[in-house]
Design a protein around this ligand. Sequence first.
Ligand SMILES: Cc1cc2nc3c(=O)[nH]c(=O)nc-3n(C[C@H](O)[C@H](O)[C@H](O)COP(=O)(O)O)c2cc1C
Ligand code: SF4
Length: 435
Amino acid sequence: MTTRGEALRHVAVPAPDALPRLLAGVRDDRRPVSLAEHLDREGSPPVGRGGGAHAELIELVCASGLSGRGGGAFPTGQKLRAVAEQGRNPIVLVNGVEGELISSKDHVLLAQVPHLVLDGAAVAAAAIGAREAIVAIGAGLTRGYAAIETAIAEREHRRVDRVSFRLVRAPDRFVAGDETALVNFVDGGPAKPTFTPPRPYERGIRGIATLVQNVETVANLALLARFGPRWFRALGTAKEPGTVLVTLGGAVRRPGVYEIPLGLPLRELVVWAGGPSAPIRAYLIGGYFGTWVAAAEADALALLDSDLRTVGASLGARAIVALAETSCGIVETARVARYLADESAGQCGPCVRGLDAVATALAQLATGKQSQPRLQRWLENVSGRGACRHPDGAAHFIASALHVFADEAAQHAAGSCSGSDGPVLTVARKRRRVE
Ligand SMILES: Cc1cc2nc3c(=O)[nH]c(=O)nc-3n(C[C@H](O)[C@H](O)[C@H](O)COP(=O)(O)O)c2cc1C
Ligand code: SF4
């Protein structure tokens, strides 16, 4: 293993409070950074060709306070330790499905800094003693897939890694990114979630303990192994350290993927994005499992799970959409509710029938054909009733809309709508602009 000291001989340590970190290597023309360019900028990969699990790497990750960037925010060091304790030859599975339609952050990393992602996967493999790392990429993320494919070939040619990489094209479905669905798919089955336990860290691919980690999480591991936990903790807060990638869309002048220190006020992020392009009615925070928050309330929030929790929200998939006053939250939510109902993996009754009924009722409300009294009860009935969190996430999102857009819902029940804009929240599978 290359020690931190050796790695740092080749490269200056970036100032701990400098931004960006994960996106520092991105080229002006947004083309993928080659291995030579990557090594020139970042120095040797932080892990060499030595074997066995490296407890000190796990300690380093624990000390950093890094948590998963795929939505659940589970402590990464704890997960590494749990997999390492399961025994020999575990597997690393990098989750690059990015099933969330309004998120582009993982695609940006895959397509633009592929070697940072692969370095991070190699660090994860070294930490737990894995010889095999699989990178699963959503089928719609074509530029990301091509960049990682080339990057793996470059690394094999130069014999950079001890771990061997395999690339898998995963279905472009919302639930395919659930870790149990992804493991099932890599094993040759359908990309449908399975009941837990066992979780993949206990029994994953081919029945072997599998570390499933989001693309952004592993990219962080690459920097952490180079620059250490003190450097990592210099941005963010003591409880939620580091930076995160946020995909900001909707009514802002420069929508795109932004790397922010955890704790940045939402108001400031909007300024980074050139300011609002219209007066804002509300923000959707956390993607399609996220929470609508009225603009007046959202303006005071810091982008931090502990602060967002005070309004029932979380960073979730780190996708945020600003909804203009001229858009209708009920119409937007109804369209996404139908999409989420159709994305159900179709194997748990309350999810299949419940979400469908909720989406139908919401569509009727949106078109002024029905008021909403039964909706709340149906939402309660779908939560916590599936093999995965799909129905819970969808129900939470819809319930927040009924709360924040209560006035609009009443208007709809009375047959009118205050929105005049076209669709804002996409439900089209064909997407994937790399910002
Ligand atoms: C319905 C559903 C969809 C998910 N989609 C993704 C996804 O596209 N990408 C992702 O990294 N995690 C996704 N997750 C979370 C994964 O199950 C898992 O927690 C994550 O990949 C773990 O990595 P992390 O600890 O680095 O965040 C999804 C979870 C659910 C329930
Ligand atoms: S809860 Fe829904 S999405 Fe999840 S496994 Fe069951 S049917 Fe599929």
